[in-house]
Structure formats: structure tokens, C-alpha cells
Design a protein around this ligand. Sequence first.
Ligand SMILES: O=C[C@H](O)COP(=O)(O)O
Length: 251
Amino acid sequence: MSRTPLIAGNWKMNGSRAALDELSAMVADLGANPADGVQVLICPPAILIARAVELAGETVAIGGQDAHPKESGAHTGDVSAAMLKDAGASHVILGHSERRTDHGEASELVARKAEAAWASGLVAVICIGETEAEKNASRTLDVLADQIERSLPAGATPANTVVAYEPVWAIGTGRTPTVAEVGETHAFIRGRIADRFGAEAANGMRILYGGSVKASNAAELLALGDVDGALVGGASLKAADFLPICRAARG
Ligand SMILES: O=C[C@H](O)COP(=O)(O)O
């Protein structure tokens, strides 16, 4: 099964209304010179989503960075999947390591959020990844297996779920695993998805790599058979940095 590459930009807690000019520049460039066959997604801070949706049109999908598992209610400061959908989002990042660390999110909560995302018609981009201490203790595969088991609810399909593998130690550091390590780890992840959801689901489900992806390393990472795109942080903030990554994903 062929999988449409997804290049997803996570703006994290960066951006402003003025920064949406960068999104407009991405949309204009991709409109004039499409990255054929590549799906492009930008996940700005929640407060910018509605305006981003207006600017992005059909060229760039817009997503959230988190969603509360409940649809509405007394949850000060939170945003629900239903609200993201209402604002025009199509995707939501869940279980990012910064949420797991900053907000103590456990995999069970991530799974509940994914179910809420699906119920609202959003695609869940579910993040997994080992810390540096876990890597140094040779626990990477055990950690990933556990996160796949507990963060992805029953019912995950290629249509409703994307998995993003982000080694925590590679995020924002300029360090990445070797290309061979990324290939082996993604193959392991796909194998575990097959164990849980069956071979057909594993064949169709996209697995993104994230962690210090930039124009200079994107092509070699995206050329790997089990790497179906990238979750990009810092290099997604500027059109000039992000567009070459989108183009590197073309087959
Ligand atoms: O969600 C994106 C990742 O955390 C990667 O961030 P980075 O590209 O700045 O390393």
C-alpha cells in the first residue's frame, strides 16, 4: 500500500498573528509550485487556528497541538477536539513529549484524547519516543512498545491515526539518530502496529520521524521505506526552512 507522505509543522508555543505571514508564504509557494503527492500540515498555537484555516485554504491542512478528552465543560485553559474541529482543524498532535513532561500526561490520557479526536472527526498524530536516559539504558524498543500499546486506542486505523516517532533527546538539539537507527526503529514500530492492529493497518499507517529535522537532513530520512514524513518543530516556523523539507518528501 502506498502511503501519502505527511510533513507536519509543530509551531509549539511560538507564533503570533504576524507570524501567520509565514503560513501565507508557504501556501503561496505550494500553490504555485506544488509538492506533488505530499500532504502538508501546520499546527499553530490554538489561538491562531481559526485565522490559519482561512489563510491555508485547501493547500495546507491545519491542526491543533493538544485536545482535552472531554467535549466541553469546566476545564479552564483547555481546548477540546470538538472546538478544534469547529475552528476548521483536521488533525491534532497528541502525546507530544513536551505535553508528557510539562503536563505529566500518561499514555492512558493520550489514548483517551485520541478517542475524543476521532469522535470529532480529527486525525490523531500520536507521539512516542524515548528519553536520552532510556536510550542509554538500551530501553528504546521497550519504551516504544509500551507507548504503542497504551497510547494508541483500539480502533486506530490509517485513516484516523498517524504515529510520530520523536526521540526526546533529538528534539530541538540538532542531534538525530543515524539514518540506519531511524530505519530500524521505524521498522520496529511498524511491526508493533502490525501486532496490535493487523498487517493491513500497519501497511497503511503513516509513521513520521521528528527531532531536529531540517532541510539538510530531510531527504536522507524521508528516503527510508518506513519513514512516511516528518514532524518538524523549529524548521517549520519559517517558509524558507519548511518548504525544502516538504519538497524533499516528494517520491
Ligand atoms: O514536534 C516537533 C518536534 O518536537 C521536533 O522539534 P524540532 O524539529 O525543533 O527538533
